[in-house]
Design a protein around this ligand. Structure first.
Ligand SMILES: Cc1ncc(COP(=O)(O)O)c(C=O)c1O
Length: 379
């Protein structure tokens, strides 16, 4: 039975270990079933403990696909089909402290953000922004919530992305790499400060579920932590990430007509193209080189590279070689497409995902036809 009232050796061992690895006084843990579930837990904790209703969230943010997390997303596309969602969510631009300041009041329970936006297109928070947010939240009694679902467990070159900034939120939640991508698990970790102190003890079922913090999930997560901590994988992410980013920057310099910027932290790196349609085209060219890469759901012009943080220098060099080969093929398409993309209505058509799907299918059909008529090699 998954009830959080029935603690087990495995739950306690993992929760204590997770708490001991979190910065500052983030030391109370509520185990959850996934990232979206942990996001809901974090928001409910903030709303319940502050007795306030509203939440400030970021443009292009991604926190999950259900209930509170869907409401906290910063892209209408995901939300439109299910309106009305949870009330009281205010969306502001990422890295815009003044926008949060304008909304900060006694009605706001929480400000929620990813220290590095993943799905939003690898946007790294500035130090001034997070320092300013921390101060603003303290002044207004607002709970600062960090989503470390994508950035946690070493991906950005430190165990938690917040360590780059020396800022400790009141609540953080994490999932994904918490179990090495092998088993569903998630967690909310919070500080024992007013008004959070005692809230969970008084309301132990405020966010319970059968599978949240399952024993098996905790056993898997504990083993994953053995590996991550034992091998200090965040250091590898920092080192290999530097090599990979330098390689991508070199490729960007050679393709200035279509690449706008390479950015990221550790092994959370994105390439922003000058045109949205290049994201889909590049994904296709990369797939043909055996590289699966996705462009950001909330920013199709940004391709995300989040390779395993266990990768070594040779693997990164091989990846860079394949990316170069993919770019070479893509340049043939761009010969025709780049001049067309300069005409705004044509650019809109090229950026349309349905048009892209039709175009890829036509290219595939032509390829199949050509292959059918090519002389086959014996054997
Ligand atoms: C930053 C961030 N938050 C929350 C989530 C949701 O996690 P899950 O897919 O486990 O619900 C994700 C998933 O991609 C994520 O990247």
């Amino acid at each position: 039975m998954g009830s959080q009232l029935l603690l087990s050796e495995h739950k306690v061992r993992f929760a204590s270990r997770l708490a001991s690895l979190c910065p500052g006084d983030l030391n109370k843990v509520v185990l959850c079933a996934s990232g979206a579930d942990a996001c809901a837990g974090a928001i409910k904790l903030a709303k319940g403990a502050t007795s306030r209703n509203d939440v400030i969230t970021m443009n292009k943010a991604y926190h999950g696909h259900e209930g509170y997390s869907l409401s906290a997303n910063g892209k209408d596309y995901y939300k439109e089909l299910f309106l009305p969602l949870m009330p009281g969510f205010h969306v502001v631009d990422f890295n815009d402290l003044e926008a949060v300041r304008r909304l900060a009041s006694k009605d706001i329970a929480a400000v929620i953000l990813e220290p590095v936006q993943g799905e939003g297109g690898i946007h790294v928070a500035t130090k001034e922004y997070l320092t300013g947010l921390r101060k603003l939240c303290d002044e207004h009694g607002i709970m600062l919530i960090f989503d470390e679902v994508q950035t946690g467990f070493g991906r950005t070159g430190t165990l938690w992305a917040m360590e780059h900034y020396g800022i400790v939120p009141d609540i953080m939640f994490t999932a994904k790499s918490i179990s090495g991508g092998l088993y569903p698990n998630g967690a909310v970790v919070y500080r024992e400060i007013e008004p959070l102190v005692g809230y969970v003890e008084k309301n132990p079922l405020f966010h319970t579920s059968h599978s949240g913090g399952s024993d098996l999930g905790c056993i898997v997560s504990d083993a994953v932590l053995d590996y991550i901590v034992g091998n200090r994988l965040w250091e590898n992410a920092a080192q290999v990430g530097r090599r990979f980013k330098e390689g991508l920057e070199q490729i960007a310099r050679e393709n200035e007509d279509c690449v706008k910027e390479v950015r990221g932290l550790g092994l959370m790196i994105g390439i922003e193209y000058k045109y949205e349609f290049i994201g889909a085209l590049m994904a296709d060219c990369l797939a043909r080189q055996g590289v699966w890469a996705v462009y950001s759901g909330n920013a199709p012009q940004v391709m995300r590279f989040q390779i395993p943080i266990t990768a070594n220098a040779d693997e990164v060099d091989e990846l860079l070689r394949r990316i170069r080969a993919a770019v070479k093929v893509m340049r043939w398409y761009l010969l025709a497409l780049l001049p067309l993309a300069k005409i705004p209505p044509i650019r809109m058509i090229l950026d349309n995902i349905h048009v892209q799907i039709i175009a890829f299918n036509i290219v595939r059909d032509i390829e199949e036809l050509v292959l059918r008529f090519l002389p086959r090699k014996e054997g």
